[in-house]
Every structure is written in C-alpha cells, then in structure tokens.
Design a protein around this ligand. Structure first.
Ligand code: T4K
Length: 382
C-alpha cells in the first residue's frame, strides 16, 4: 500500500547520537527541575537565536499562559483569528477577553492598519502571531502599543530563527513565545520558550514556571508547572547540531515547490519580504476562485493520493463556539481572515521530503488546473 505523506515530519537526529545524552541523564539521576541540560540548552538557544534571555517551557501553550501572568495582563487583548487555537485559548485560560482584528492578505498576519480601531479603554495588550514564521508589521504594532500604553506579546510559535534586517524577530515586543512541538522547525518533542529582554524578567518567569518557588520555603506567586525536563532539553541540544542542515533542506524544498508551482492559473504562492531571513516553516498556497477545484476539493484530491496536506488555519479561531459570540468575531469584521481560511492549504514541507513527492504533488495540482472549473475529483479521475 502506498504510504501517506504528511504535512510535516519531525526533525529526528540519528538515534545513536542520543544514547550518550541518555547515559549521562541516567548516571546523574537528574531528570528535571533546571538540570544541567536544561541550563545548557537555554544558553545555547539564546546564542543561536541572537536573544538576551530565554526561558524553556514544557510546551508552547504553557509559555503563552505564563507570558500573560508575568505581565499581569487584564481585560481585553487584541489578537488574530488566523492561527492555531492555542493563541486565543491562552487568553481565555487567563480570564482575558480576546478581541479579533482582521488579517493582512499578503502576510497572513494581524492587519496593523486595522489595529487602532479595536483599542478600547479595556485593552491592555496585543497578541499578534508571526503566522508561518513571516514577521508581523512590528513597527506599526509597537508604535500603537507605545502610544496607548499596551504590552505586546508575540506568538512566535512558527518563527524559530527568523530574522528581519539581520535581527531576530524574537527581540521585538515585551515578550515572544516559541513552540518546540514535534511538528515545528526545531523541536524538543514537546516544548517551548519565552524570550524576554532582561534578567529580572527572566527570573520572574523562572519562578512562575516552577510553582512560584524562590527557594525551599518561599513562594512568591501562584505559579504553574511549566518546566522542561532533561530528556527534552538533551534532545534539543542534539537538534541544535542538525538545525542548520535542516533549514538548508527546507530552503531547497521551498524553492523547488516555487519552481514547480509558479504560473498555475488560480494558485497563488506566498511571497517572502526581501528583508526577511525565513525558516521555511510551512508551504501555504492559495486556491483562488479561478482554479478548477475548490480548496476543499483539492484537499480531498491530494488525500485520495496519500498526500495529507492541511488546511492551516481552518476553521478560524473566531468560528469556534467559545469565541463566535464575541462582537469582534463576526464575519463582517474579519473578511480577509475568512477568505484565507477558505483558500489556504499547506503542502508537505520537512527535511527529508523527496523532490519526487513534490513533483507528484505539483503534477496533481497541474492536472487539476487543466480540467474544467469545479468538476469533482471523482469525475476527473475517469
Ligand atoms: N501558537 C501557535 C501559532 C501554534 O501554531 C501552536 C502550535 C501553539 C501556539 C502552541 O504550541 P504547543 O503548545 O503545541 O507547543 C500541530 C501541533 O500539535 C501544534 O503544536 C501546532 N501549533 C499546530 C500548528 O500543528 P496538529 O493538530 O496539526 O498536529 P497533528 O498531530 O495533526 O500533526 C500534524 C502532522 O504532523 C501529522 O499528520 C503527522 C505529523 N506528525 C505529528 C506528530 C505529533 C509526525 O510526523 N510526528 C508527530 O509526532 O497541530
């Protein structure tokens, strides 16, 4: 039976390279709670990413939850509906009110030009997402944040290693969070981090992710357990040795798709701003009205051919029942985001993906483009 090709596969270093780390962990019996590998990974990652301070977490969602706690955010937070649900869920878990703003059709990110009209006296923060790793309009967002006294927390879950004008995007805003989930460019199986800009803030985050403990008997805040364990940290250290090669592979695959998929009527490709050093985290394409199939028909066609593409991000977060009754969640308020959610499909992209599979995917899309508009995939096959 033909094997399925998934939208992503984890970066998995050779198993034998992990054994020495495991032996050390077994030897030391230090399994978690800021162990030596944890400390080493914080240091090496901060250096690699070009940031001052980095606090590891057991996953990106806990990092997000803690970011709002440490800044003492209350009331309304402006965010994007076009993201993974964890973005807005982190607000609800903190008793905060998400206010959705529409997205920019070029970058897929929160539209900074529509931000100001969503600010109310209850607004305290902005939670933009660098969607697919493409940086937000950080300059405009932060100008507005400064003018209105708002905090900015970037959900940078997709933006590992991304730079703008040679500077890490993680240096922007008050805090940024990363996800190191298995499906991400860099992974620690599950994992995440908060990036902050001063040692005092790092200390407060470190207390918060460890129940609020300062020492054996002093608890300074109602903290949580967000700690990354030694196996995850060791796995991260090993990943770091392979990440540059993985990013090169991703870049090569990205360019191969661009070459294959250029000039297909009804398909548009994402454009990367010239000043951005990207990480090739995802390969979204837009299936427009003038393509022969709808986006969902193309999704089914690919699936029938064992290509498990994904409709990231459909449905929109604002469509889920816990959000949809908010005034800002209305379709009229979010026309671009709705269009994206209906048109975008992410094609497989991960180190180790064979070019022959990319050729097959492009062949399926080209064949579909050659059929009459909106004929069903089943009829096409006849
Ligand atoms: N903010 C944003 C903007 C995010 O995108 C995310 C996570 C977060 C916050 C929260 O960070 P974490 O708490 O997760 O650290 C996946 C990931 O689970 C999720 O981390 C990620 N975003 C989201 C965009 O994608 P699913 O539901 O698509 O995962 P799943 O299990 O369907 O995996 C997709 C494909 O990957 C599978 O079809 C096969 C492949 N796969 C997956 C896993 C887990 C593997 O080959 N091996 C694996 O171990 O959410």
């Amino acid at each position: 039976m033909e094997k399925n090709i998934f939208v992503t596969r984890p970066l998995l270093p050779p198993l034998e390279e992990f054994i020495p780390y495991l032996e050390n962990i077994w030897e030391s019996q230090h399994l978690t709670n800021a162990g030596p590998y944890h400390q080493q990974l914080e240091k090496e990652l901060a250096e690699y990413l070009g940031v001052e301070h980095l606090c590891l977490f057991s996953n990106g969602t806990l990092a997000l939850l803690t970011a709002f706690q440490v800044l003492g955010i209350t009331g309304e937070v402006i965010t994007t509906p076009y993201s993974f649900v964890a973005t807005a869920h982190s607000l609800l878990w903190n008793g905060l009110t998400p206010v959705f703003v529409d997205t920019d059709p070029e970058t897929f990110n929160l539209d900074a030009d529509k931000l100001e009209q969503a600010i109310t006296p209850a607004t305290t923060a902005i939670l933009p997402v660098h969607c697919y790793g493409i940086p937000c309009n950080t300059r405009k967002i932060e100008e507005l944040a400064d003018a209105y006294g708002l905090k900015v927390i970037y959900d940078a879950a997709h933006a590992f290693g991304v730079k703008q004008n040679g500077v890490s995007v993680l240096r922007q805003g008050d805090l940024s969070i990363l996800s190191f989930h298995a499906t991400k460019v860099f992974n620690t199986i599950e994992g995440g981090a908060i990036i902050c800009h001063d040692a005092k803030m790092k200390q407060r985050i470190d207390y918060l992710k460890n129940f609020g403990f300062v020492n054996e008997t002093t608890v300074v805040a109602a903290g949580i357990n967000g700690k990354m364990n030694e196996l995850q940290a060791a796995y991260g250290l090993l990943q770091l040795q392979h990440i540059d090669k993985a990013l090169d592979d991703r870049g090569r695959l990205y360019r191969h798709y661009n070459m294959l998929l250029a000039d297909i009527p009804g398909i548009s490709l994402m454009s990367i701003p010239e000043d951005v050093t990207w990480n090739y985290a995802y390969y979204p394409i837009m299936v427009n009205e003038d393509f022969a199939l709808t986006r969902d028909e193309l999704y089914e066609l690919l699936k029938d051919n064992h290509i498990m593409a994904r409709r990231y991000f459909y449905p929109l977060i604002s469509s889920f029942f816990m959000y949809k009754f908010a005034e800002s969640a209305s379709k009229e308020n979010l026309p671009v985001a709705h269009q994206l959610a209906e048109k975008v499909i992410c094609l497989p992209l991960y180190p180790g993906l064979e070019e022959s599979i990319q050729n097959k995917i492009a062949g399926l899309i080209k064949n579909a483009a050659a059929t009459s508009p909106h004929s069903s995939p089943l009829i096409m096959a006849q």
